[in-house]
Design a protein around this ligand. Structure first.
Ligand SMILES: NC(=[NH2+])NCCC[C@H](N)C(=O)O
Length: 351
């Protein structure tokens, strides 16, 4: 039964990703450049290894996902691992053509608010059909009583991706686009990061749609916190009143308004993963991208002992697991999962 209103109450059912067929999309595609390596110049992009990710990386990533799935099942959690489609298959629209990218991060394109599943309008062309891999499960959820919506299919024409004064890609406002991973759920409050992976039109669409889901829901835009892809290596909601924040992106004076008054665990310096495939889709801060199993237990990268110790000091026991390629593939434990059932409801955690 689909019911997930937050990021920390006791977890009952979850989706775990599949790294099979993962590809780095052609970087000549503006949307791929924006989502993958937005800080690289066109000259630097020439060095990026595009196409299928080396099989040993895929195999090790799937091994780690398998261990995650087994650990969660061992805790009595129902785990789904829908098989990835072949992301090498090309597709297109009247405006562009692309091949796929990855099913490693189910968090990115599917937003669950309560019993409503929302397919979000990603700005990444290569991810346009990624959710077809989840469709059988989403139909199962529908049959079990979930509401299932999809945002207006975005056109993703070039006018959505203007260049800035440095010739680097930006996200325009031509249409509503955002990834689900730009959103954190906090009971009746929803944090929406405005960035290169979620625009203001996307926020407007989400606000309008969530009014249909529950008129008491409140969407809080987070602007000028982190301008790049996704919110969950900048902010991790640990439990009511305690948040893990990325000190390289947030300062005490810029703690997002909805979280002022919460206790802050400033993430300690994290350890980079060994470089195995040139440029990485994530910064080192992906190490703080953790999964709360319940308010007292977190799945965390076992190669981050300083973070594990900091969580322990805040009364959070850690299940230390490995995710050897979270930087290269751009996903930590929050990214590579999608919780569909937790115990919490539309609580008011902010007053
Ligand atoms: N849901 C996700 N895939 N999140 C990944 C966020 C990675 C973020 N752009 C960073 O470099 O730290």
């Amino acid at each position: 039964m689909v019911n997930s209103w937050d990021e920390f109450t006791t977890l009952r059912e979850i989706v775990v990703g599949d790294a099979s067929y993962t590809r780095i999309p052609e970087q000549a595609d503006l949307s791929a450049w924006l989502t993958c390596y937005p800080k690289l110049s066109t000259r630097e992009l020439a060095d990026v290894a595009v196409g299928r990710v080396p099989q040993h990386i895929v195999d090790e990533a799937n091994e780690d996902l398998g261990e995650l799935a087994s650990t969660l099942r061992g805790l009595g959690i129902t785990v789904h691992q829908p098989p990835a489609p072949d992301h090498g298959v090309e597709f297109g629209t009247p405006d562009w053509r692309s091949a796929g990218m990855s099913s490693f991060c189910p968090r990115d394109l599917t937003l669950v608010v309560g019993s409503t599943i929302i397919e979000t309008p990603s700005a990444t062309r290569a991810r346009y059909f990624e959710l077809f891999g989840l469709r059988p499960l989403l139909q199962e959820c529908l049959r079990s009583g979930a509401h299932w919506l999809a945002a207006p299919r975005p056109r993703l024409a070039d006018d959505l991706f203007p260049l800035d004064e440095d010739g680097l890609p930006q996200l325009g406002e031509a249409e509503p686009v955002f990834d689900a991973a730009n959103v954190l759920r906090l009971g009746r409050d929803v944090l929406y990061q405005v960035s290169r992976s979620g625009n203001e039109a996307g926020r407007l669409w989400l606000e309008s749609t969530l009014r249909l889901v529950d008129p008491d829901l409140r969407v809080h835009p987070l602007r000028d916190v982190y301008g790049y892809t996704h919110i969950d290596s900048t902010i991790s909601l640990l439990r009511p009143g305690l948040v893990l924040l990325n000190p390289s992106r947030v300062r005490p004076e810029t703690v997002p308004e909805p979280l002022k008054g919460w206790d802050v665990l400033w993430c300690p310096p994290l350890r980079p993963q060994p470089s195995v495939h040139g440029h990485t889709l994530s910064e080192v801060w992906i190490g703080m991208n953790l999964l709360m199993v319940d308010p007292g237990h977190a799945v965390v990268d076992r190669e981050q002992p300083e973070l594990i110790a900091a969580l322990d000091r805040h009364g959070i026991d850690v299940l230390p697991l490995r995710l050897r390629h979270s930087q290269v593939l751009g996903g930590g434990f929050h990214c590579v999962t999608l919780d569909i059932t937790r115990d919490g409801g539309p609580e008011d955690y902010l007053t």
